[in-house]
Design a protein around this ligand. Structure first.
Ligand SMILES: [Zn+2]
Length: 305
C-alpha cells in the first residue's frame, strides 16, 4: 500500500464529475472523495506550509491517461505507479515564499472511452515556522563588490533557467535518500538573515553536517545538469530527476561527475567541503519541484524508506 493511501483526508475537499460546476468553498470531508467516473483524489496532508511537499494520488477503477495537475498556474508532475495503470501519483511543491492562503488544486484525466475526469481540492498554505537571525557585521561582509554582484546575478539566472526546464520523463524509480550516510536531519531551511537591518533571501536548502571529504551520494537517479563553482554555493552539482524535480548539492570540496552524466541513486557525486560563502564544512542540499523551493528532507519522508 502506498503511503498516500494510508493517510486520511481532513481538508476542505471538492470533487467534480464531468461537466459539474465548481462550488465555491468546497466540502469538508474526512475521507477522499469520489471524483466521478470511478476516480478518487487523495493528498498526503490536509494542510501545507511554506516550503513543504505534498504527495497527490489519483486512483481509478479503470486505466487513466493524460493525468494533469494545476495548482495556481503551476503544473503538478504526475507519474503512473509501477504496475498500476489506474494509479497516478504526483508531487506538489509549496514554495518557501508562497503567500499563505487557500489555493485550488485541479486534476484532470482521460478515461479510455474518452470521458474526462475533473477533480479539485482546496489546499491551505500556512506560514512556515522559520528562524530569523539578526547580525551586525562590517560593511565588507554585507556588500559584495560590483563584480561579485554581477557574477552572483548571472549564476542566479542560470539556475533559474535550469529549474524552468521540465524533463517530461521520470528518470527515477523508488525512494529518495539523504545524500550523507548516517545523517537523518538538516538545519537552517527557510532561515532568514537580517544583516545590519536588511533582510536577505531565505535559506533555500537544508544544511547537513559533515566533515571535509565525506562522500556525497545522489539522492536518486538523475542527470547532471550543472557541475561548476558558484559564488555563493561554491563547488555545486545539480541533478535533474525529471518531471521538474531537481536536487542541489553545494559547498563541495570536490565534484566527481560531469554535466551529461547519469547517476544512479547512491552514486558518489562529490565530497563535503567549505567552498563558496560559508563559515565551515557542511553539505547544502536543496530540492526544487516545478520551481518551488521545498525542504529536501520532505521527499525522503514522502518517497523514502
Ligand atoms: Zn546552506
Amino acid at each position: 500500500m502506498s503511503p498516500v493511501r494510508q493517510w486520511r483526508i481532513l481538508f476542505a475537499f471538492l470533487c467534480l464529475g464531468p461537466g459539474a460546476l465548481l462550488r465555491p468553498g468546497g466540502v469538508t470531508a474526512k475521507e477522499a472523495r469520489y471524483c466521478g467516473a470511478g476516480a478518487t483524489l487523495r493528498l498526503s496532508s490536509p494542510v501545507s506550509s511554506q516550503g513543504s511537499l505534498l504527495l497527490v494520488e489519483l486512483k481509478s477503477a479503470r486505466p487513466l491517461t493524460e493525468v494533469k495537475g494545476d495548482w495556481g498556474g503551476r503544473s503538478v508532475p504526475f507519474w503512473q505507479e509501477e504496475g498500476h495503470e489506474a494509479v497516478h501519483a504526483g508531487l506538489l511543491g509549496v514554495d518557501l515564499e508562497k503567500a499563505p492562503g487557500r489555493y485550488e488544486l485541479k486534476v484532470t484525466a482521460q478515461k479510455a472511452a474518452g470521458e474526462k475526469i475533473v477533480c479539485s481540492a482546496n489546499i491551505t498554505v500556512r506560514a512556515g515556522k522559520f528562524a530569523t537571525e539578526r547580525l551586525r557585521v562590517g560593511k565588507e561582509f554585507v556588500e559584495p563588490n560590483p563584480e561579485q554582484v554581477k557574477r552572483a546575478n548571472e549564476e542566479r539566472d542560470r539556475l533559474r533557467e535550469i529549474f524552468d526546464r521540465v524533463t517530461p520523463e521520470r528518470l527515477w524509480n523508488g525512494k529518495f535518500r539523504v545524500p550523507l550516510d548516517g545523517v537523518a536531519a538538516g538545519s537552517n531551511f527557510g532561515k532568514r538573515r537580517i544583516l545590519n537591518g536588511n533582510p536577505g533571501s531565505p535559506h533555500g536548502g537544508a544544511d547537513l553536517p559533515g566533515t571535509t571529504g565525506t562522500p556525497v551520494h545522489a539522492a536518486q537517479r538523475g542527470r547532471v545538469v550543472l557541475a561548476d563553482e558558484l559564488f555563493f554555493a561554491g563547488n555545486t552539482l545539480v541533478l535533474d530527476h525529471g518531471l521538474g524535480i531537481y536536487t542541489f548539492y553545494g559547498h563541495l570540496s570536490e565534484i566527481s561527475a560531469r554535466v551529461g552524466d547519469t547517476l544512479e541513486a547512491g552514486d558518489v557525486l562529490g565530497k563535503v567541503g567549505a567552498t563558496g560563502r560559508v563559515t565551515g564544512p557542511h553539505l547544502h542540499w536543496g530540492l526544487t519541484v516545478e520551481r518551488a523551493r521545498v525542504n529536501p528532507l520532505q521527499i525522503v519522508k514522502l518517497l523514502g524508506p
